[in-house]
Design a protein around this ligand. Sequence first.
Ligand code: SF4
Length: 64
Amino acid sequence: MRVVVDFDACQCHALCTLSAPEVFEFGEDGLLNVVQETPDESLRDKVEQAIRECPVQCIVIEEE
Ligand code: SF4
């Protein structure tokens, strides 16, 4: 899977970093970074939780 964020829509609520801290983090610039764009399948549940909890629905999984 590939994690794709629409950074134009992202409002930096940070809920995704709580759901899947292995995948999402904030940089020193205060902007969201996807630190693992192709995370292991073992992280799928956490990524799906981040997708559900993102207030602006700007995270998607693309299957490879
Ligand atoms: S929860 Fe959504 S809006 Fe908030 S930082 Fe994550 S991707 Fe951006």
